[in-house]
Design a protein around this ligand. Sequence first.
Ligand code: SAM
Length: 674
Amino acid sequence: MPAAPDALPPLAGLTPASLDWQADETGSASPHSREFGDVYFSRHDGRAETRHVFLDANQLPRRLAAWRLDRPFVIGETGFGTGLNMLCAWACFDEHAPPEARLHLISTELYPLTRDDLSRALAAWPDLAERAACLLAQWPAAVSGVHRLWLDARVTLDLHFGDATERLRHLDGRVDAWFLDGFAPARNPGMWQASLFEAMAARSRPGATLATFTCAGVVKRGLAAAGFRWRKVSGFGRKRDMLVGEIAEPPADRRRRSTPWFLPSSPGPRRHISVIGSGLAGASAAAALARRGVQVTLIDREAPGAGASGNTQGLLYVKLAAETNDQSRCYLAGLLHSRRWLESLDPHHRLWQPSGVLQLASSPREQARQARFADNHPLPSDVVERIDAVAASQLAGVPLNHGGLHYPLGGWVRPQALCRRLAETPGVTFRRAHVQSLQASSTSWRLALTTDKGTEHLETDQVVIATASLANRFTQTERLPLQPVRGQVSALPLPDHMPAPHMAICGGGYVAPPHNGELTFGATFQPNQNDDTLCEADHQANLAELARLLPGYPERLEAAGVSLDPATMRGRAAVRAASPDKTPYAGPVPDATRWREDYARLAKDATRVPDTPGQYHQGLWISAAHGSRGLASAPLCAEVIASRICDEPMPLEATLINHLHPGRRLIRDLIQGK
Ligand code: SAM
């Protein structure tokens, strides 16, 4: 494989900002950075400064009022700080933009404020209180990476935690207006580097504007060298000058040269999109598209959540590799994303429970692996923490022989109920039908459906395939390697007063906290098996796993009168799908025949990358291979697909978008001469 265009830094927690609170001119306390010895906003009037320096200088009131494109207006910022600029940009959008317009905010931050400090800083602006509350409710853990927040139906905020230059280099998205903020260049020279301006230029839309409070020479020189034209205008308050500027023709994105096959094609029509498969992958994709104003037909041969997403309980959990890799990055991002997504979809926890998950360290090998993981991943304890058997037993509410990795943000979900809820999203129409085939015309897709009434056809602008192990059944997807994996869960009635774990516990399998008087545990993992009928041997295997996770527990159940006879046990079997590298597929469907021709020479020399951009089945997308961790991957993959279709910034770094790309195995196989 050619070298990765831009390797990501190790997954890590970030150092929170360290603040002093100093009296401003009105007498209230305003934040001051100890690290940089500078203020977050003017002590004279922070709001007026934001309006003058960032909103008006980028001409946002006028531009937002005139916004008619069917993609969002994108603002990019270096240095999120207290979020004042972004909340003001949101308010400005609400005041000026037409009702159908959307706004996408991107902001980088290397030293995120703690939630308490953020709350204290934003309390200075009572009229922003509602917006601040929305930000605070979703404020992410201080972990490097992209965190997508939904500020309201029309406004999205992507927080890119990490160094501004590094984050913008990894940004897959383009910006219409820049807020070049950060502490004064003299106090923060590390940020105001030529490489920052280059990264901004490369992520700009043609005509993108910028504004910044400073006129420092290093900024003027750097902006000019990167291709921005700047001019001085009058500054705010006591500052005489500030800079505004724009870029007419942004430079070509250099990353594209190393992986031309991943080059996204231009967005197509998207008034009506069909999503095939209404499990978690399809239902979340349908909801993500509908949220963006797309009319969605969600098609399934059964009901929403009838397939592998049909269990009464499913775990929101991840298993991360001891050494950071892109798959772990995707899954951790997915866990954090799903947690925020569930919280905003169902704040009253009717469809899910934030129970936390324990990855049990029950063997010396797993203990050593977890120790390596913890050494390699300095992550905050509100994301993952190593705990001993005593702490684990306390958290679980049942005695455990081992500790492990505790993920407080994990939990369990009622997947079928969740799929039903997603299928009811306004803008989504559910249709019960079997899709026989897909046929492309020049601008649309024609689906041949078998329904109760016979054969019908459906015309639609684009199609998302989300049919798990059947996803490569269409001629367009038949080259996509997918493996069916049978899994069976078992359930036992739980006698009243019998203690059971409050938290989900995972080892080889898992046991979930009780639900509706039942204890669910499992699941078997049987690659290349397609059979979804219940089998006694699998119940036996699940009972053995339960005994490993909770030693002595099956015996106590039996002593309390519960029959452990596999012949009478309840459960459910379903077929999931996995890719050969166990990463989901999320993205456009490549034209495999063309790829084999266009990139044939990679087989001889993988370093000689042809210029040819990847050819796709235009308007055909896939979200599949979520295996048994779909709750952590499918909602984020839905955002990946919906964001690309709707020409928006992506919710993950470019490298991770490529990692999820459905064409990755084709390239790998070509390079390996397969
Ligand atoms: N825009 C902010 C607001 O509305 O509150 C104020 C920004 S404050 C003046 C500067 C911010 O830049 C701080 O939050 C600081 O942590 C952040 N920062 C400093 N160096 C950075 C870097 N290299 N990458 C990303 N953020 C950085």
